[in-house]
Design a protein around this ligand. Structure first.
Ligand SMILES: [Zn+2]
Length: 171
């Protein structure tokens, strides 16, 4: 059986044992996690979230790029259209991790400058090789975004060697 067939058959089990009927589009905990695509750091798994409790945006590194900011602003519009508001009372969590693959690209500005929409001089501030500095940078970028005013922002570092979370920037 191929991977797709295997996963599709696991879905049948999911439907029987785990599917929660009647979930709403809004995350129950009013929380959006921005995390890395790395399979070891699925936000719902490592934070113990139930289906429907948190929303997640995942990209390479779990970084706040200009595109990520635009996605969050778009999500705010979605929440407003649905009768809520991604504003005060909501949480944004930047979840990055140790041994992240993006650190392997630290000497490849031709990939990183378009990703961060910056020039080579601006790359240093992105702290690609230093997850704690990167988290601090990205939390500051979210807090500086006037279109997300009132949202609480925090930054967590997940250790892939232990499974433990370190709070790098408290809410
Ligand atoms: Zn990663």
């Amino acid at each position: 059986m191929g991977v797709v067939e295997t996963l599709a058959s696991r879905n049948a089990d999911f439907v029987k044992t785990q599917f929660t009927d009647g979930l709403r589009m809004m995350p129950k905990l009013k929380t959006i996690v921005i995390g890395c695509v790395d399979p070891r750091v699925d936000p719902a798994s490592v934070l113990g979230a139930e289906q429907g409790e948190i929303a997640a945006i995942r990209n390479v590194g779990g970084r706040i790029t200009p595109r990520t900011l635009e996605e969050l602003v778009m999500l705010r519009k979605v929440t407003q259209a649905a009768g809520a508001d991604l504003g005060p009372g909501w949480e944004l969590i930047v979840l990055q991790h140790t041994q992240c693959g993006i650190t392997l690209l630290k000497d490849q500005p031709e990939l990183l400058t378009p990703y961060f929409e910056t020039d080579e001089a601006g790359l240093e501030a992105q702290a690609v090789a230093d997850p704690r500095a990167a988290i601090a940078h990205d939390v500051a970028a979210l807090r500086a975004e006037s279109r997300l005013e009132g949202v609480r922002v925090s930054g967590l570092l997940y250790d892939v060697a232990t499974g433990e979370i370190e709070t790098v920037v408290a809410p």
